[in-house]
Design a protein around this ligand. Structure first.
Ligand code: SF4
Length: 368
């Protein structure tokens, strides 16, 4: 039987487990602190615990962080990590430092079952959920990397915009968010944790009741027929149903709800679409991120033209809707979610001689 993963346990679970071994609550708090405040997941380094207890921790539980298969540095300063999970599957995270904040984009699932047609992770299909400990492990790895870079700051913002639909893995994602905002752990503000969803309405309602962190909606089209084509989830929860849930979501009046809008040529980029979008957003405090589509091989869709994007943006901002154009960071290193994992999976099946040649052509730096 496989050992429980230490990072999956809440403080309360540590207290219960340790009390059965005759240890005090204080020890549980110390372990929790080592993991999630000190970013240290090696019990050998828990120097304030007895040697016997450290040995027991190593023997009874597993502690490994996902292994970094590949780390790619972008010219824009962000870094993309391809992670190997304990069962050998690939996950991804992206670290995006800037002057004001350090944002980490985390994955919540390996693959995704939502099947959005413009997304490479969607093409991959669903493999499994990522546990709360594996989500938190991404944050620990990112903070360790920042330290290694000589950066004194830690990750300040989390966005669930990596692989997967976070609300399709509701319990694990919410449990991870609890630890992220726990002052005894990572201590992030709940306004700095953003869950991005394709629009799972019952889970949006549940999130609003249980842990109203910031919400982002992958919208991508303001009309049902088109959105259902791009995002099959819309067939189950059409725009009118989604809108009702959003009107009730307890977001902070300052931040409102962010809408992600991938600009696809000829698909959703006309002024008629902008007009429909304004109508959909009526009554909501909204910001729209306009994202030129990241093309990937085999997909006939292309990004909207620059001129079209600017006209769309102007239409929204003239109506007091902030609409920054967000070029996906780390575009030069397969920045959009799923691109690197798909690439690596394909490589695994490749003849090593072909792979060596391909790597040389792409000059992908690999870290073993
Ligand atoms: S856009 Fe998000 S929800 Fe849609 S398939 Fe990709 S990862 Fe899944």
């Amino acid at each position: 039987m496989s050992k429980p993963y230490a990072l999956d346990w809440t403080e309360q679970e540590w207290i219960s487990w340790l009390s059965l071994r005759g240890e005090s609550t204080y020890i549980a708090k110390q372990i929790y602190r080592w993991l999630f405040a000190q970013n240290c997941s090696d019990p050998n380094l828990f120097t304030n615990l007895s040697k016997n207890l450290r040995s027991a921790l190593l023997e009874k539980l597993s502690w490994e962080l996902p292994k970094v298969d590949t780390r790619l540095e972008s010219i824009d300063g962000s870094e993309k990590f391809l992670l190997v999970m304990k069962d050998g599957l690939f996950g991804e995270m992206v670290l995006m430092p800037s002057e004001k904040r350090i944002t980490l984009c985390v994955s919540s699932q390996i693959g995704c079952r939502m099947g959005c047609t413009f997304c490479q992770t969607g093409k991959m299909g669903f493999k499994r959920n990522i546990s709360r400990g594996e989500i938190l492990a991404q944050l620990i790895l990112a903070n360790q990397r920042l330290k290694e870079m000589g950066e004194e700051r830690r990750v300040s913002n989390i966005v669930f915009m990596g692989m997967g639909e976070p609300l399709d893995n509701f319990d694990e994602v919410v449990a991870a968010c609890q630890t992220m905002i726990d002052p005894k752990a990572f201590g992030l503000s709940k306004h700095r944790v953003t869950v991005s969803t394709s629009g799972l309405v019952p889970e949006i309602q549940r999130l609003g009741k249980e842990l109203p962190v910031r919400l982002a909606i992958s919208l991508h089209s303001p009309d049902d027929e088109r959105r259902s084509r791009l995002m099959p989830v819309n067939r189950k929860y059409p725009l009118s149903v989604l809108k009702e849930a959003l009107l009730e979501y307890p977001c902070s009046p300052r931040h409102g709800i962010t809408f992600e809008y991938v600009m696809i040529s000829g698909e959703n980029d006309s002024l008629l679409h902008a007009k429909k979008l304004v109508k959909f957003l009526h009554g909501l405090k909204a910001k729209v991120n306009l994202i030129p589509m990241n093309h990937f091989p085999g997909n006939p869709m292309r990004s909207a033209e620059e001129q079209q994007i600017r006209a769309f943006q102007k239409y929204l901002s003239d109506r007091s809707i902030p609409a920054p154009v967000r070029y996906s960071r780390s575009q030069d290193i397969s920045g959009a979610c799923g691109q690197l994992a798909m690439k690596r999976e394909a490589e695994i099946d490749m003849d090593p001689r072909v792979l060596r040649r391909k790597r040389k052509l792409e000059t992908i730096p690999t870290i073993e």
